[in-house]
Design a protein around this ligand. Structure first.
Ligand code: AMP
Length: 307
C-alpha cells in the first residue's frame, strides 16, 4: 500500500451560497484532500495544526477513516484557522470575507518519522514556507504535487515560486493559472508554469472539467454535468485528494496513469458540491463512487469514426 503525506489547512469554515448559510462547519484543504484520498487503498497521514477549540468529533473524522494524525498538531491555547466566504449567484465566483490564520500563523510542520519515506506528497493549500518545510523533511518522494490559491500568490509569491521550482505536478484553477503565469490562454499559461519547475500541470476549470498537461502532451476530463450545485467549497481539494490518492495507490506516475487519476478526481469532486462543506463526502459510500464512475465513463467514451 502506497504512503501519502497530506499537508493542508484543517479549518473552521463559514460558507454562504444562494441556498443559505452553512454556519461554522468543518473545512480546510487538508480535510477535503484526506476525505477524497481515503477512497483509495493508501496509507495517508495529515500534517496540519488546529486549536484547542477543535472538537473531538471532527478529529474522529480522520481516525474513523484510518487517516494518520500524528502530524496533526493541537495547539491547546490557540484558535483553529477560520475561513469565511460567499459565493456569487453563478456558484462559480466567490469572495473571501475573512481569513483568520490563528494557529496557522506560526505553524512549524512535523512529518511523522514513519511517513518521511512516503512515495507521494500532496502539498495542499497553505503558506509556501510550510509546504517547503514539509518537502525538506521528506526522504525521497517519487511524486510531489502542489495546490495553492490566489491568497498566497498575493502575499508570498517569491516563496511560492521557490516551492513550485521543486515539485512534479501543480494543480490549480484557471484563474490562478492566469495569475501565476500572466498569460490568459491556458495552453500558454501551462507552458510558462512548466518553465517554473513542474513538468505536469493540471488546470481545474470547475464545471468545465480539468486539463492535464505533461510536457507536450495534453488531456481533458469533463466535470459531470450536475443537476444542482449546492456549495463548491473544497471541490478543488477533493480533486487533488482523488488525484494523489489514485497515484499513491498505483505507484504509477505515467501520463496514462495521470489521465485515469484526473477522471477519478473529477468523479469524487462531483460529490463534494452536492451539499454544504464536506457533508456529502462524509456520508459517501464506495458503491456510490463506483456507480458514478460508470456514468462518467459513458459520458466521456465515444466511438465515432472521425476520419
Ligand atoms: P477550495 O474551495 O478548494 O478553494 O478550498 C476551500 C478550503 O480552503 C476551505 O475549506 C478553507 O478552509 C480553505 N482555505 C481558504 N483560504 C485558505 C488559505 N489562505 N490557506 C489555507 N486554506 C484555505
Amino acid at each position: 500500500m502506497g504512503k501519502l503525506v497530506i499537508v493542508g489547512s484543517v479549518a473552521f469554515d463559514e460558507v454562504e451560497t444562494l441556498f443559505g448559510k452553512s454556519g461554522v462547519i468543518l473545512g480546510g484543504a487538508g480535510t477535503y484532500i484526506g476525505l477524497a484520498a481515503h477512497h483509495f487503498e493508501v496509507d495517508s497521514s495529515i500534517v496540519s495544526v488546529v486549536g484547542g477549540d477543535f472538537p473531538e468529533e471532527y478529529l474522529k473524522v480522520f481516525s474513523d477513516r484510518k487517516i494518520n494524525t500524528d502530524g496533526l498538531k493541537i495547539e491547546k491555547e490557540g484558535k483553529t484557522f477560520f475561513w469565511r466566504g460567499k459565493y456569487h449567484d453563478d456558484l462559480i465566483g466567490r469572495d473571501t470575507l475573512e481569513t483568520q490564520l490563528n494557529v496557522m500563523e506560526n505553524f512549524q510542520p512535523q512529518v511523522p518519522p514513519t511517513y518521511k519515506d512516503a512515495e507521494v506528497v500532496m502539498l495542499g493549500n497553505l503558506h509556501p514556507s510550510v509546504q517547503l518545510s514539509v518537502l525538506e523533511q521528506m526522504q525521497n518522494p517519487k511524486l510531489v504535487v502542489l495546490d495553492t490559491m490566489n491568497f498566497w500568490m498575493d502575499q508570498n509569491m517569491n516563496e511560492l515560486k521557490e516551492v513550485i521550482s521543486q515539485i512534479d505536478v501543480i494543480t490549480i484553477n484557471d484563474e490562478e493559472a492566469r495569475q501565476l503565469s500572466g498569460e490568459h490562454s491556458l495552453v500558454k499559461a501551462n507552458r510558462v508554469i512548466q518553465e517554473m519547475g513542474p513538468k505536469t500541470v493540471v488546470i481545474k476549470k470547475g464545471e468545465h472539467g480539468a486539463l492535464l498537461f505533461q510536457e507536450d502532451q495534453m488531456f481533458f476530463a469533463p466535470a459531470l454535468p450536475m443537476e444542482e450545485v449546492f456549495d463548491p467549497t473544497g471541490a478543488g481539494d477533493t480533486f487533488a485528494g482523488g488525484f494523489t490518492g489514485y497515484l499513491a495507490k498505483t505507484n504509477d506516475y505515467s501520463f496514462k496513469s495521470m489521465k485515469k487519476a484526473i477522471i477519478y478526481a473529477s468523479n469524487l469532486a462531483s460529490f463534494c458540491v452536492e451539499k454544504f462543506g464536506p457533508e456529502r463526502l462524509l456520508e459517501l459510500s464506495p458503491e456510490e463512487v463506483t456507480n458514478r464512475l460508470k456514468i462518467f465513463k459513458s459520458l466521456t467514451q465515444f466511438n465515432i469514426d472521425l476520419a
